[in-house]
Design a protein around this ligand. Structure first.
Ligand SMILES: [Zn+2]
Length: 81
C-alpha cells in the first residue's frame, strides 16, 4: 500500500482513541481533512458510514460520516513511524 501521510497517521491515531467523526478530531485539536480520512478508507484501514446527527439544542439535522477502524486498521503500523 502507499505510504500514509503524517496527517493520515494522525487521523488513524485519533480513530484509535475513539474520535469517530471528523468534528471530534477537530474538537481535539487536529485539523483533519477529507484526504486524511479518505486515504484510511482507500487503504482499508477504516470504513466510513453516513449517519444523521440531530442537534440536541435545536433539532437541526446534518449528515456526517462516522469512521470505524477495520481489523487491519487496528493493528497497522507504518515502517519508520
Ligand atoms: Zn443546535
Amino acid at each position: 500500500m502507499a505510504k500514509l501521510s503524517k496527517g493520515s497517521i494522525r487521523a488513524l491515531e485519533m480513530l484509535r482513541e475513539g474520535h469517530d467523526f471528523a468534528f471530534k478530531m477537530k474538537d481535539n485539536g487536529f485539523n483533519v481533512n477529507g484526504s486524511h480520512l479518505g486515504a484510511l478508507v482507500r487503504n482499508e484501514l477504516a470504513t466510513a458510514t453516513d449517519v444523521q446527527l440531530v442537534c440536541e439544542c435545536c433539532g437541526a439535522k446534518r449528515k456526517v460520516k462516522r469512521y470505524a477502524l477495520t481489523e487491519k486498521g487496528k493493528t497497522f503500523s507504518q515502517d519508520g513511524e
